[in-house]
Design a protein around this ligand. Structure first.
Ligand code: GRF
Length: 209
């Protein structure tokens, strides 16, 4: 049985598409049983539906309006994911910071995140814009991307894969964003494959021990 990868998105879902395409091409041995978005009407949901993948939307706003806590939201989100029995959870452009309440629900399931910056640089939102500004101010010569394990600290988990991305003098922000996205699509698939290999090796070792 192929390992199950639950993917969380918030937007366009081009990285979700990279995972879908890699699975279809046989280069990523996995299946995606569920895509969850915290926003309705995003293109990523259409991509999932087109690929025949079940989707769920869990938005924070109805919780806020109903006076429910963020902790309740995170607990419900975790429950949705756990019910899909994932071997790996991938945050592919998921724009919520996850609390300890959420992370505690995954003591053994790995979670990975894609972040469009090098480790320790431009953690949090608007990373590409901030890197571009820093380049224009002469503060950096290049930027990068990382796939890292998810911990409580935003974009602070152990990097699994890191790739440097060039910034060219003639770049505008759109050109840099496009270059970063095209590298992300490769790195995220590699990151997912790497973690699934590590998990398979762990299972193999524990059964042979
Ligand atoms: C990516 O740049 C990712 O690194 C960032 O959000 C973006 C998501 O893009 N965290 P998409 O929705 O996968 O197209």
């Amino acid at each position: 049985m192929a390992p199950r990868v639950v993917v969380l998105i918030s937007g366009t879902g081009s990285n979700l598409q990279a995972l879908i395409d890699a699975i279809a091409a046989g280069s990523l041995k996995a299946e995606i049983p569920l895509v969850i978005s915290n926003r309705s009407k995003v293109f990523g949901l259409e991509r999932a539906e087109k690929a025949g993948i079940p989707t769920k939307v869990l938005a924070l706003k109805p919780y806020t309006i109903a006076g429910k806590s963020r902790i309740q939201y995170d607990a419900d989100l975790a429950q949705l994911i756990v019910a899909a029995k994932p071997d790996l959870v991938v945050l592919a452009g998921f724009m919520h910071i996850l609390s300890p309440t959420f992370l505690e629900q995954f003591p053994t399931t790995p979670l990975i995140n894609l972040h469009p910056a090098l480790p320790g640089q431009f953690d949090g939102a608007r990373a590409i814009e901030r890197a571009f500004e820093a380049y224009q101010n002469g503060e950096i010569k290049h930027t990068g991307i990382m796939v890292h394990r998810v911990i409580q600290e935003v974009d602070g988990g152990e990097p699994l894969l890191v790739e440097q991305v060039e910034i060219k003098p003639e770049d505008d922000l759109v050109a840099l964003q496009e270059r970063i996205h095209s590298v992300e699509h490769v790195l995220l698939v590699r990151g997912a494959a790497l973690v699934l290999e590590q998990e398979a090796a762990k299972k193999c070792n524990s059964t042979s021990a």
